[in-house]
Design a protein around this ligand. Structure first.
Ligand code: ADP
Ligand code: MG
Length: 257
């Protein structure tokens, strides 16, 4: 299956925050959306997930238009990890994860979801011991990992993740990136908003660089690393070195501390 967006434009008020953006992700591929704060990355992901409707342009999943899908069909096809979460409801981590499975059963949460799959999903993100922990009493990183477990349990064809490793320590960040790699190998399409350019370069196949609502680069590592491109968008200098293990290009910022 292919997730394809063509010429998406969206504005919250008058001026567009996403303008004429197109992209294509195949199942099995990992696409990183990168760009400075406020460049429209989260808005683009909300458009792809169907939470926001584009003012113009279209999103297609295989032969269907996203807007033609029922909520259940959408849930089976697209999983979404928000950048920020807040819940005032007294759900436990286990309940949060089990809710996502309802897209495969009856379509609503009845509290009797498949516990063992939820336990397994939490275990995969190193949160096995926190099944009964109230979600609202977790750290930001633990909440993010719980939502990651929920996404794994949802078992959708595409995973749309808004800053999946923000607020995670380096070890948990690697765990999540490895999981995304595994999920892609098993045939899921992964779209991730990433701030850490080096981790994006290591763990993703293709890149969409946003600036002021527009896509300024869409392509592979080589296209992204073309001299001057990242520098112009991020308005900072990058030094390019070779990673001592992989030999790949690694970006360093100035050492002026
Ligand atoms: P990014 O994720 O790249 O940091 P966003 O997509 O969150 O950027 O935001 C893009 C622009 O849209 C920003 O200028 C932001 O202030 C604005 N914006 C985001 N969400 C809203 C909203 N709910 N209402 C109005 N403006 C918003
Ligand atoms: Mg964002």
């Amino acid at each position: 299956m292919i997730l394809e967006a063509s010429n998406l434009t969206f504005s919250y008020s008058t001026s567009p925050v996403v303008e004429d953006v197109s992209l294509k992700v195949e199942a099995g591929e990992r696409l990183a959306i990168i760009g400075p704060n406020g460049s429209g990355k989260s808005t683009l992901l909300k458009l792809l997930s169907g939470f926001l409707k584009p003012a113009s342009g279209e999103i297609r999943l295989g032969n269907a238009s996203l807007k033609e899908l029922s909520e259940l069909e959408r849930g089976r096809t697209l999983g979404y990890l928000p950048q920020q979460v807040s819940t005032f409801f007294p759900f436990t981590a286990g309940e949060m994860v089990q809710m996502a499975m309802s897209v495969h059963s009856r379509g609503f949460f009845d509290g009797r979801g498949e516990k063992s799959r939820a336990v397994e999903a939490l275990r995969r993100v190193n949160m096995g011991g926190l099944f009964d922990q109230p979600f609202s009493q977790m750290s930001g990183g633990e909440q993010k990992l719980t939502l990651m477990a929920r996404l794994l349990a949802q078992n959708s064809v595409f995973m749309l993740l808004d800053e999946p490793i923000a607020s995670l320590d380096l070890g948990h960040a690697q765990t999540v990136l490895q999981l995304l790699n595994q999920e892609a190998k098993e045939g899921r399409g992964v779209v991730g908003v990433m701030h850490n350019l080096n981790l994006a370069l290591s763990w993703f196949d293709r890149f969409l660089l946003m600036n002021k609502g527009r896509c300024v680069v869409s392509g592979d590592r080589k296209a992204l690393l073309e001299p001057g491109r990242l520098e112009a968008v991020y308005a900072t200098e990058f030094h390019r070195i070779k990673h001592p293990v992989s030999g790949r290009t690694y970006l360093l910022t100035d050492d002026k501390g």
